[in-house]
Design a protein around this ligand. Structure first.
Ligand SMILES: O=C(O)CCC(=O)C(=O)O
Length: 266
């Protein structure tokens, strides 16, 4: 992995893709667990887009000693995030996102800091790692990002469906200046993106699912005004990336899962 290249691309464009960041065998196990795990399924919510289509979302705030948690806590992941964000990072949350074949909905243009701001974080020194567990294609709703959009600061966001969407007039202007990149990905590829990078994804019009995992982080010196244990520095040990599969192949039902009413998210 050429760290210098990824750091300079992230600083300039607000995102970078690392092909094969996670072994395909790990991506396969994550997908298998996602499909059958009881705790995961019981904590999955439908999120409606502005056309009334549903995406499935499960979100949790503490990594467990399972394969998902170990991936978020891996030395490779944490070192990459720290390099990209320019300082030590802390885990924020993980999300499993499933767009089911034919019916899975779109995500509006947004910045994650559009709604993480509302969680009380003072600065946009935050970012996410989006890992493909299924191929992400133009037909099943691959992510699209506007390069350099993180340089425009936080835009105003309003609710559309059950999602937060950025002010479209500005999105269009920024897009006309920089274009957009469709991020086609294979299982195990990772897209790292800045909290102010504008991104969207279309509905799943294919007959293949589009399952992805997102782990999000904030820089440890980025103060959160809310005195909420879900958001503040968590005492998490970093583990060896090679030992991800040694984690439990089952999620602990007492993990700190979000409730449906907790979030309008983008
Ligand atoms: O799943 C997607 O395509 C988009 C997800 C997203 O935009 C987000 O979680 O911020």
């Amino acid at each position: 992995m050429d760290m210098e290249h990824h750091k300079s691309e992230f600083d300039q464009k607000g995102f970078t893709i690392v092909r094969g960041f996670v072994d395909q065998s790990v991506a396969r196990v994550l997908k298998e667990i996602s499909v059958k795990d009881e705790a995961m399924n019981q904590n999955t919510h439908d999120v409606l887009d502005s056309d009334g289509r549903k995406s499935k979302l499960t979100l949790w705030y503490m990594p467990g000693d399972d394969v998902f948690g170990r991936l978020s806590c891996s030395d490779k992941m944490n070192e990459m995030m720290a390099t990209l964000l320019g300082g030590e990072v802390s885990f924020f949350h993980a999300k499993l996102m499933n767009k089911e074949p034919k019916v899975g909905g779109k995500w509006e243009w947004h910045q994650d800091y559009g709604y993480w701001y509302e969680d009380g974080f003072l600065k946009p020194d935050m970012g996410s790692c989006f890992i493909a567990l299924d191929p992400c294609t133009p037909h099943n709703g691959a992510l699209r990002v506007i390069p350099c959009s993180h340089q425009y600061g936080r835009l105003r966001h309003t609710s559309t469906g059950q999602q937060a969407g950025a002010e479209l007039e500005r999105v269009e202007e920024i897009k006309s200046r920089h274009g957009e990149v469709l991020c086609e990905m294979e299982p195990g590829d990772a897209l790292f993106f800045h909290a102010n990078a504008l991104h969207t994804s279309g509905p799943n019009q294919s007959d293949q699912s589009r399952l992805i995992l997102i782990s999000s982080f904030f820089r440890r010196d980025n103060v959160c005004l809310k005195n909420d244990p879900r958001y503040n520095n968590k005492d998490i040990s970093v583990i060896d990336h090679q030992k991800i599969l040694e984690g439990k192949h089952q999620l602990d039902p007492t993990l700190n899962f979000s409730r449906a009413q907790d979030h309008i998210i983008g």
